[in-house]
Design a protein around this ligand. Structure first.
Ligand code: C2E
Ligand code: CA
Ligand code: CA
Length: 545
């Protein structure tokens, strides 16, 4: 323990000087849009080029920095460096590159964070809309309830907000509604087994649906394989990030990648029509061969497997429409295999083709929806072909329904986004109104106590405002509001009931005091169209002149 502690202290003191020695580096990893297949933004990831240990990853020093106040300096360095790189990309012909930064717990608690971000963006001349701040779910949860105010402060700068590592903080999705996030990033740990673990698949699917219904986009983190990408495409995830497209790269290499303009292949994008694909599973090779020969003429892409296990492996790699499986196979029975397949790939149409009929297991599987049809061996060629063609039609109809559902959902998502924006506008308007009202009250109160009598007149010459001094001066008449000024101050008007031809000054006497009255038209700096009368008391020696 002692040794560990010493190592830690050494690393901490090294980190302290690493910043000034210029040992920090910023790498960038692309986020890719699943509609267009193109790079849409970059996440900045900090590294430490240690003289002895080489490139040190943030998991090894960010927690250390969090505990030792160094996080402020690192956060500030990352912010400035990212702005500087964005500025350089702008100059090199990549305008509008969007960059996300990670906000640590220490930074999120810093009351000056918004001001720091605003200053860095302004100094580099970067549009706030090009920057996204990523706040992890645990950081958000630890800071309740001040999180909400902080998020709004950041949002009001015009930057985007992303909820990072979603799924690790045990928050409920309904929380999302209260916060102004533009994106959620599904944590890497759920993506890892997304194609083999039904629970992870369901979690990801649910996050995507719910986020979309709230008008929030979804990014999947840690996408390493084509299968994961394909799964996410099929479940309408918006963007992916991970080694599959690119590892994090230094800024110059990132620039080269942007130059190359690499796109995801078309078959990994939303809304494309893949070939009709059939998976045949049977432990007898000759049956597989016979089926393949028979069905080839119908133009399907045919895949084969000799066991349920192998069938699952193929399903993880390829998008399959219809599965035809034998029932009696060593290891896993056909029904067991199709039941698992249903859990992970519920959209497949599943058929058992078997000479062996164990009624109970088959009826159960049919009743729970694991299989669509049960066909018997030996088969009639034409009938089997017809059944399979019918299964594809069934699948395509369901696909079409899902496509329509998706379109409706996307339209709803657009609507929800518009709605959120409108709510945000209204909220800002409301705030502005409140601020105006508050300052109005303050000004009114100040005027009230000014020791000089003041009268505000409307267009017709009625008193619309009178401060305390004015009320005191004309006390005998009751409240001044609504009185006609021509009666209160006839001296100001040439003829009784006429208009004042000048703006003064006039000398008038009230309560044995002399006053200088001046009139001023309003409307230069406000929407008022009335007049303001000011009565300044003359010094006693003046009053005799
Ligand atoms: P994160 O925000 O979840 O960042 C993504 C991490 O996943 C990065 O690790 C990235 O290299 C890694 N990654 C990306 N694609 C894949 C993939 O396909 N497979 C796998 N296995 N990993 C992938 P990295 O750079 O080591 O950063 C780790 C964490 O350190 C980040 O997690 C973030 O929370 C934090 N971090 C990084 N840079 C900064 C920073 O500038 N400031 C702060 N406060 N935290 C940072
Ligand atoms: Ca992140
Ligand atoms: Ca993350």
């Amino acid at each position: 323990m002692n040794q560990k502690l010493q190592e830690r202290m050494k690393l901490e003191s090294e980190l302290r000087i690493a910043i000034s020695k210029g040992e920090l580096r910023l790498h960038y990893q692309p986020l890719v849009d699943l509609h267009t297949g193109q790079l849409v933004s970059l996440e900045a990831l900090v590294r430490w080029q240690h003289p002895q240990f080489g490139l040190v990853h943030p998991v090894q020093f960010i927690p250390l920095a969090e505990n030792s106040n160094l996080i402020d300096d690192i956060g500030e360095w990352v912010l400035r460096q990212a702005c500087c790189d964005m500025q350089a990309w702008n100059k090199h012909g990549f305008p509008g590159v969007r960059v996300s930064l990670n906000v640590s717990l220490g930074q999120f608690r810093d009351a000056n964070l918004a001001a720091k971000v605003e200053a860095a963006l302004a100094d580099a001349g970067i549009e706030p809309a090009l920057m996204t701040l990523e706040i992890t779910e645990p950081v958000l949860m630890q800071n309740m309830p001040s999180s909400e105010a902080m998020l709004w402060r950041l949002k009001n700068l015009g930057v985007s907000l992303a909820l990072d590592d979603f799924g690790t903080g045990y928050s409920s999705l309904s929380y999302l509604k209260h916060f102004p996030f533009d994106r959620v990033k599904i944590d890497r740990s759920f993506i890892k087994n997304i194609v083999v673990n039904a629970d992870d698949a369901i979690i990801a699917h649910t996050i995507i649906s719910m986020a979309h219904s709230l008008g929030i986009k979804v990014v999947a983190e840690g996408v390493e394989t084509e299968d994961q990408c394909d799964f996410l495409r099929r479940h309408m995830c918006d963007e992916i990030q991970g080694f599959f497209y690119s590892v994090p790269l230094p800024s110059n290499e990132m620039e080269a990648l942007m130059m190359e303009g690499r796109r995801l292949p078309d078959h990994l994008l939303h809304l494309q029509k893949p070939p009709r694909t059939l998976l045949l599973v049977d432990d007898e090779a000759n049956i597989l061969a016979a089926l393949k020969r028979l069905l080839r003429r119908d133009g399907y892409q045919i895949l084969t497997a000799e066991s349920g296990q192998e069938g699952l492996e193929i399903l993880a790699q390829k998008s399959v429409d219809v599965i035809v499986s034998d029932q009696r196979m060593p290891g896993m029975t056909g029904v067991e295999f199709l039941r698992t397949a249903k859990g992970i790939y519920p959209n497949t149409v599943r058929i058992v083709l078997s000479g062996y009929t164990e009624l109970q297991s088959v009826t159960n599987a049919v009743n729970e929806g694991a299989i669509y049809k049960f066909l018997t061996k030996p088969w009639d060629d034409d009938l089997l072909r017809e059944h399979i063609a019918e299964a594809f039609r069934h699948k395509e109809m369901a696909d079409e329904n899902r496509r329509l559902d998706r379109e409706v959902r996307m339209a709803n998502q657009e609507l929800a986004i518009a709605n959120r924006q409108m709510e945000e506008h209204l909220r800002q308007k409301q705030q502005q109104i409140t601020r105006t009202e508050v300052s109005l009250e303050i000004v009114r109160e100040i005027l009230q106590y000014v020791p000089t009598p003041l009268l505000g007149l409307d267009e017709s010459g009625m008193v619309a405002f009178a401060n305390d001094s004015a009320e005191a001066l004309f006390a005998r008449r009751g409240s001044l509001l609504g009185n006609d000024v021509r009666q209160l101050l006839p001296e100001l008007f040439d003829a009784p009931g006429g208009n004042a031809s000048t703006l003064g000054p006039w000398r008038i006497q009230r309560d044995n005091h002399w006053f200088t009255a001046t009139m001023r038209p309003m409307g230069e700096k406000s929407q008022s169209s009335g007049k303001l009368i000011c009565l300044t008391k003359c010094e006693s020696n003046e009053s005799n002149t």
